[in-house]
Design a protein. Structure first.
Length: 275
């Protein structure tokens, strides 16, 4: 995040926003800047990619499903916009720790223990580490002591749209993002790679709520896509994973998507039309 903060300081904040006497490295200034940057970045990712997905990928026929709520899209967006600033508060604390040099993020490929190979391996390990972390956190949030208070609001959307992707209770949203932030404090990771992965995971989160169930046949039971996550919203106790089905299979919570078996939401709508 220090790359983004440095660019913002250089091109905008130092010349146009902050008083000349307020140093760029001063902690309060960094915290304030990170809070603004984090919120603007989150809103941009959510609204930009959510809108593109909603208008160009999401099947609007799904809005005719009986479990699609009245005024649902507006409610999803409103809930997300209210939650994102609160989610950003602990997120900014972790970004601040990164900026102050407490993480294992590095600037140059030469700083990687194994060069370009290390960068590539770190990308894969980031995905597998965060998939594992999110699986167990997500599953814990379904426990009766936590579900009603924190995770139930996200399950209001049985037939979700891309805008449901960030419509979480703030505690729920931060807890499920925590593995992304923990990784660079435990393992070396290139800074630009980290930014790219951070954008990717936000776009992926939108994609598993987009109602597009198409996955290459060979990967249908490997990749946790929209079909798997739709069944999670519909049937509750299955498919907690983020990118892969590995941990659901290990944890006994894997469910073959109904959309792959001719029993999904589109099939239900087709049967309604036939009646």
């Amino acid at each position: 995040m220090d790359l983004v903060l440095d660019a913002a300081d250089r091109h905008l904040l130092t010349p146009y926003v902050y008083p000349a006497g307020w140093p760029e490295g001063e902690p309060c200034r960094q915290l304030l800047s990170l809070f603004v940057i984090t919120n603007l970045g989150a809103l941009t990712l959510y609204l930009l990619f959510g809108t593109l997905s909603y208008y160009f990928i999401f099947d609007h026929e799904l809005k005719k499903h009986p479990q699609f709520l009245e005024n649902q899209v507006h409610r999803e967006i409103t809930y997300a916009l209210r939650s994102l600033p609160w989610i950003s508060v602990p997120t900014v604390a972790l970004f601040f720790a990164e900026v102050r040099g407490y993480s294992k993020l590095y600037d140059n490929i030469e700083d990687s223990p194994y060069g370009w190979l290390g960068v590539f391996v770190s990308m894969l390990s980031f995905l597998f580490f965060t998939d594992m972390g999110i699986y167990w956190i997500h599953r814990a949030l379904h426990h009766k002591l936590l579900y009603k208070r924190f995770h139930k609001p996200h399950h209001l959307w049985k037939i979700a749209t891309p805008f449901a992707s960030h419509a979480f209770h703030p505690v729920d949203g931060f807890m499920q993002s925590l593995p992304y932030h923990i990784y660079p404090f435990l393992f070396p990771l290139h800074k630009i790679t980290y930014l790219g992965l951070y954008i990717f995971v936000n776009v992926w989160t939108i994609s598993i709520h987009d109602g597009d169930y198409r996955v290459p046949r060979l990967l249908q039971h490997v990749i946790n896509g929209s079909a798997h996550h739709t069944d999670h919203h519909l049937y509750f106790d299955y498919n907690y994973g983020q990118y892969f089905t590995l941990w659901d299979k290990i944890g006994g919570s894997y469910k073959s998507p109904t959309a792959f078996e001719g029993k999904g939401p589109h099939d239900y709508l087709r049967k309604l039309r036939e009646k």
